[in-house]
Design a protein around this ligand. Structure first.
Ligand SMILES: O=C(O)CCC(=O)C(=O)O
Ligand SMILES: [Fe+2]
Length: 297
């Protein structure tokens, strides 16, 4: 799939419109270097409507290994991921003081959304510092990540030191993304992370990972649910005027994702810092941290 050759891969390219599904060359603002990881995104909407496609055209759908495994592998993976995702969303819903089912109403599987499964491959490399995936927050609600090799790092809030997240066998890693952070008035945090080539004994090996990203339905407006929960209203109340603005984006979930995807695309990343700024999510760290290579294991 990733070995198809550049020309054939173009057929499955995600396109320039900020829509994420398909094969995606991403770069790492602010320096605009191409991330070394290759990714293929499969839309939840296409998986659930299969054999019909609603997000990709039949001419530019997905590589053959995806299509031939749709019934036996891709669909069960997406259904199980949605089940796990929904259970976690419901727990957060109650902890945030929202009425039962409020968050789920924004994540209905049969409504069009940016939810997607992602397969990632980073070729073996001798350079231990070349970014496999540049620093970013995830765009949506929850990301459920399955990886066996190291390389994932997080930058804890207020810190300039990246820390490795060690994969634990039979466990997955769950990240909160921007959408849930905004809806919760910042009570849930969308963490800043990046990927380096695997460290120590795994260095020089190819790195594969698999993620399911859940995102609110396309039409969901991304703003803190202050009218639905006193807990969220109180959290937002404590923020200063500038931070408050971040929690009333005026954007739909679709617009939010499209903006972020478009400005992280290698092909679009020609404006240096302007692209970098336009690609940002809910993080509020300075530029120095994005360039920092200080690592604590
Ligand atoms: O491959 C990983 O460990 C992380 C992938 C990731 O952060 C992403 O695709 O957004
Ligand atoms: Fe990520």
């Amino acid at each position: 799939m990733f070995d198809l050759g550049a020309e054939k891969k173009m057929k499955y390219e995600q396109g320039n419109e900020g829509i994420s599904f398909g094969q995606a060359p991403m770069s790492s603002p602010p320096d605009g270097e191409l991330d070394t990881t290759e990714v293929l995104n499969i839309a939840k909407d296409d998986v659930l409507s299969w054999p019909q496609l609603v997000r990709r055209t039949s001419e530019h759908s997905y590589p053959l290994p995806v299509l031939s495994q749709m019934e036996h592998t891709v669909r069960p993976f997406v259904l199980k991921s949605l089940e796990v995702n929904n259970a976690i969303i419901d727990i957060f819903n109650d902890k945030l003081g929202l009425r039962k089912g409020k968050l789920m109403e924004m994540h209905l599987a049969n409504e069009l959304s940016g939810c997607e499964a992602r397969i990632l491959r980073n070729s073996a490399t001798l350079s231990t510092m070349k970014l496999a995936i540049g620093s970013h927050t995830d765009f949506g609600s929850l990301s459920i990540l399955h990886n066996r090799q190291g390389g994932l790092q997080v930058l804890p809030p207020g810190s300039e030191t990246w820390q490795y997240v060690k994969p634990i066998p039979y466990h997955s890693i769950c990240n909160v993304g921007d959408a849930l952070s905004i809806l919760s008035g910042g009570i849930l945090r969308s963490n800043l992370h990046r990927v380096l080539p695997p460290p120590s004994s795994q260095a020089n090996s190819e790195r594969w990972s698999l993620v399911f990203f859940s995102r609110p339905s396309n039409t969901t407006i991304l703003r803190a649910l202050v009218d639905d929960s006193p807990v969220i209203a109180e959290a937002l109340d404590k923020k200063d005027v500038d931070s408050k603005k971040m929690f009333d984006t005026g954007a739909t979930a679709q617009e939010w994702c499209e903006r972020r995807v478009r400005n992280r695309r290698f092909a679009n990343n020609t404006q240096g810092l302007d692209n970098w700024k336009a690609s940002r999510g809910t993080e509020s760290v300075d530029l120095a941290s994005f360039r920092s290579t200080t690592v604590k294991s």
